[in-house]
Ligand binder design. Structure first.
Ligand code: SF4
Length: 64
């Protein structure tokens, strides 16, 4: 019985952590550049553009 209880706790914890990570992720699409305000060849010279998944310069496009 203890074994099953521990498994349920671990699975529940993993689900909660996944949901929290998903809600706090940067960007709204597969790549950060898709909704980054610098996604322009003249504004961003990084080699990873337009397919960045990690970028310290990422800034979300301002809502209009
Ligand atoms: S700053 Fe980063 S996220 Fe933004 S366009 Fe350039 S590479 Fe992409």
């Amino acid at each position: 019985m203890l074994h099953w209880t521990l498994e349920v706790i671990v699975v529940f914890g993993a689900v909660v952590l996944s949901v929290v990570a998903f809600k706090h992720r940067k960007g709204e699409d597969a790549f950060l550049c898709q909704d980054c305000r610098f996604n322009d060849p003249e504004k961003c010279l990084k080699e990873v553009r337009p397919y960045a998944v990690e970028c310290t310069s990422y800034r979300k496009v301002k809502a209009k």
